[in-house]
Structures are given as structure tokens and as C-alpha cells.
Ligand binder design. Sequence first.
Ligand code: GLA
Length: 401
Amino acid sequence: METRPGTRPGILVRRFHTILRKRFGDYSRGVIVRAPGRVNLIGDHTDYNDGFVLPATIDRDVYVGVVEREDNRVQIYSLNFRDEIEYELGRQRGAPVSSWESYLTGAVEELRSRDLLPGGFGMLVYGNVPLGAGLSSSAALEVAAVYGLQSLFGFELPPVEAIRLSQQVEHRYVGVQCGIMDQFASYMGRRGHALFLDCRTLEHEHVPLPLSEAGLAIAIVDSRVARELARSKYSERLLECDRVVQTLQKVEPSVTALRDVSSAMLQEHRSLLEETLQRRARHVVDENQRVQRARDALLSGSYELFGRLMNESHESLRTLYEVSISELDHLVEAAQNSPGVLGARMTGGGFGGCTVNLVRRNAVAEFERHVMTTYAAEFGREPHVYILRQNHQMELLHSEP
Ligand code: GLA
């Protein structure tokens, strides 16, 4: 089943119905939901430091259809992988065989262990969020599964708990100690808005992102470099941040996360930290400042300033936090040299994946041509370019009866 971002949900819902019936037979109760992927506009490697982030949902989603079953069996079919798993609810499954499995069985197990699932179900899953590109296809999958099951069975689960539960799936079943940004963005992000999130208090604000009124587009460019180092380097950065906190805590007891460290404090206690750790901390401290300034810039329509902050963020991720790679640097530089580009940066965890670019609408075609040709000339393959004009939000598309 191929869908493009423009595909009308109505068409998709009909297709989903046909496939649900074919796979799971006639059912009396069923729902179809979708949850979007996200692109982080600014604020990377700040979420697990209790800091600030500013992601926006994209126009690519994971669709989940769920139908009730009479028995206790769980049957999940992935349309992307043409692969099915089936098991008895609550029975421990062995190590996952397919890459997509643990996100879903993990979410099911987390819900079951909270006594929220009254019985078995059939689930159909399809996504058009590019896989492995750092656009949170996995968070969208977890969130869509949780929301789908919640919509079908009608159990109480406040949004923040649903989000935390989805994050737990990554920690416990996938083995990635990620922050809360991706699941939060997918679940809470709103159409036409970016999401400003304080990852400590989880206070958040939907900041209008009036792209068409402002004559702007967000261009996401996928380097198509698989993020092989991403996991190990991600844990390495987590540990480094932790070491900074441990050290600074001895002289500043109020510090429980890098969020609590100010620029002046870092400067004062510099000598306590080895050089690499100073740079890691400097990135997080500055990036938190940038996210707050970027939020203000969006609110006041200062898009040039927003773009400059994006550029600064990339420079910091490249030189201080060291999570970029030459392909991403090349894409960012090419974008920054292209007319009508207000800002460009790598987005997400790094070590592959995408860049995010704020581009004037009338310059999008030229931008696309420019980054495609210069990247292909340097690396021998073309990047994928996605132009985001109108983002999505999580929604219940259909419920029956
Ligand atoms: C990954 C993680 C997020 C966040 C980013 C970096 O996407 O899943 O929690 O830490 O990296 O900002």
C-alpha cells in the first residue's frame, strides 16, 4: 500500500477496512488512528538533560487499525514488512525476529502489565515515515499503537502517561535510553504549530508555525546515511553529561541535570572538567538558551533570527557535541549557500539521518536542485528531499460502531 502525504485519510480508511476484514474477518468493533513523525526544529541532545526542545510534527504518519477479538490472542500485521506475528496476550515472547516487532509488543506488554487490556485484538500497521532517517518512525509507531488500543478499549490513560509508557518501550524493549521528545511530539504535536517543551516539567506550548502565511517551507533532507553509530554514541553522550553533573554537583549542590547549569557556572568551574566534557556541557547550556530564543523568535515572526539560531545549533552539534558527520555538514553548508535559506542544521540524534532547513517558498525549487546536485557530486548518491508545507497531528480517523 503506497500513500503519499497528500493522500486523503478517507481513501486510506477504506483501504484499511478492506485489509482489516480480509486479515481478521468480520469484526464488530474497530478503530483506525494515525500518529505523525516529527522533525526537531531546534534543541538537540537537550531532552535527556531536562532541557528544552522545539520539534514539529511532519506530514508522514504511522496508521494503526485495531479490531476486537473474542479470545486472548494478539495478531499484528505490518503492511510495510508484509510480516505477521501472533501470540497469546501475556505470554512472554522470545527475542524479536523482526525489526518492527519490539516497538509494538513492548507497547502491548506495558499496557497489559497495567491491566488496561481486557482481551485480544487484531492490529494492522502501516507507516510512511521514512525508516531510520531520524524522523521518529519508531515513536510514531509506539504512540499510534497505544492510542489505537486506547481508542478501541476506552481505558483511561492520561496523555503524559501514554507518552511516558511509549518512552519506556524504547528503554525496556528496544534498548535505547532516549529522552522524551519524540513520543511527546508525536502524541501532542498540533497541526500548524511547533511544540515548545520543557522536558523537566513537561510544560509545553503550541507555538504557531504559519508557514504559508510567512511564505516559508521546512525542507527535510535525508542524507540516506544509516545511523550505525547512533546508538553507541548516544549512550556515550548520556554518560558524558552524567559525569559533568556528578562533578558540578560537588560544588553546586543544586545541580541535578545539565539544565541547572548556567553559562557563568560552567565558566567558573571549568577547571574541574576535562576539555571534552567542557565542550559537551557548553553545547547543552547554549542549546537550551537557543531553544528559548527560537521560541520567542517564532512567536514574534522573526524568522531570520530563527534561522540564525538553527545555524548556530548545527555548529555547536558539529564542533562541541560532535554528533554530526561529513554528509550532514555538507548538506548544511550547501543549504546555507543556497539563496532564500534562512537556516539549516542537522536534526535529531545525529550520525546520519536528516537536516532541517527553513527556506523561502519561492526558493524551494532552487534549494532542492542545489543540494541534490552538490551532494550527489560529493557522495555519489542523491539525498531525499521532503518539503513540509502542512504538518499533521495524531488523530482518530475512524471508529466503528
Ligand atoms: C533521538 C532521541 C531523542 C533526542 C534526540 C536528540 O532522537 O530519541 O530523545 O535525545 O535523539 O535530540
